[in-house]
Design a protein around this ligand. Structure first.
Ligand code: PGA
Length: 273
């Protein structure tokens, strides 16, 4: 498990299974990741109708591979170099990540763009590298600063999406997270804002791929237990991408359980360790 899976055929066009993941950013040493993942694995062992993933920092990916082998939780990386090999000191390539069993690789996250000046063109090269090695790029999309309205903000997001030349969108995950909603001191986008932006993203997807409903669009930015269910319920949203509020595995497992794939009552927490 761990790949984006599809729902029952009788419910109409294949829809991706809800996808709930976390990018833990520059937190968790390998030892801390081992402890975190053991707890998360235990707390979510019965969650089979949601695809779960965790993106630890590079040095902790091997620990994730060990801690999560045979579980329902996939693991991935937070970045990748676009080339497969070469003189790029400090960088990590897609074949290295594939060798570590990564399913997902995040490309072009807000913080990579903000801190490292990553461009749309570079992000597309990274996404292609990820796909060359059989993994799924999680492509960050979002406006860097808050605009007056969704209409005013969307051209930036549209340009990011249209720049994904040569990327198979049906083998990608799109993570729409407004930059202004990310990080400590920020607040999540409203359900209405998210709905509007995701609808616009899906309009472009419909122009660019034969089966746009197969492309999971997940959303995030300061999501917590209170805000997760309403964001998850927005049309066109297939899942959630959680940051700092997933750093406690108990809190993350509660968020995971608070979103019901069927739209019915959320799961009750199974237990507290
Ligand atoms: P945050 O991070 O939840 O801490 O805002 C979200 C993200 O960067 O994906």
């Amino acid at each position: 498990m761990g790949r984006a899976e599809t729902g029952p055929a009788e419910r109409g066009p294949a829809r991706p299974q809800p996808l709930i993941g976390t990018n833990v950013k520059m937190t968790l040493t390998p030892s801390e990741a081992t402890a975190y993942l053991a707890t998360l694995r235990d707390l979510t062992a019965d969650v089979e109708d949601r695809t779960l993933f965790v993106m630890p920092p590079f040095p902790a990916i091997q620990a994730a591979a060990t801690a999560l082998a045979g579980s329902h939780i996939a693991w991935g990386a937070q970045d990748v170099h676009p080339d497969d090999r070469g003189a790029h000191t400090g960088d990590v390539s897609a074949p290295m990540l594939a060798d570590l069993g990564c399913t997902y690789v995040l490309v072009g996250h807000f913080e990579r763009r903000r801190d490292h000046g990553e461009t749309d063109e570079l992000v597309a090269r990274k996404a292609r590298a990820v796909q060359r090695w059989g993994m799924i790029p999680v492509v960050w999309l979002g406006e860097m600063a808050r605009g007056r309205s969704g209409e005013a903000s969307f051209p930036e997001v549209a340009a990011q999406l249209r720049a994904l030349d040569g990327v198979d969108l049906e083998r990608s995950v799109l993570a729409y997270e407004p930059g202004w909603a990310i990080g400590a001191g920020s607040r999540p986008a409203s359900p209405g804002w998210t709905r509007e932006m995701v609808a616009r993203i899906r309009t472009i997807l419909a122009e660019r791929c034969p089966d746009p409903d197969r492309v999971p669009v997940i959303t995030g930015g300061s999501i917590d237990l209170q805000t997760a269910p309403a964001l998850f319920r927005q049309p066109g949203v297939n899942g959630l991408f959680v940051g700092r509020n997933a750093l406690d595995p108990v809190a993350f497992s509660r968020i995971i359980r608070a979103v019901s794939p069927t739209g019915g009552s959320p799961d009750r927490p199974a237990r507290t360790p």
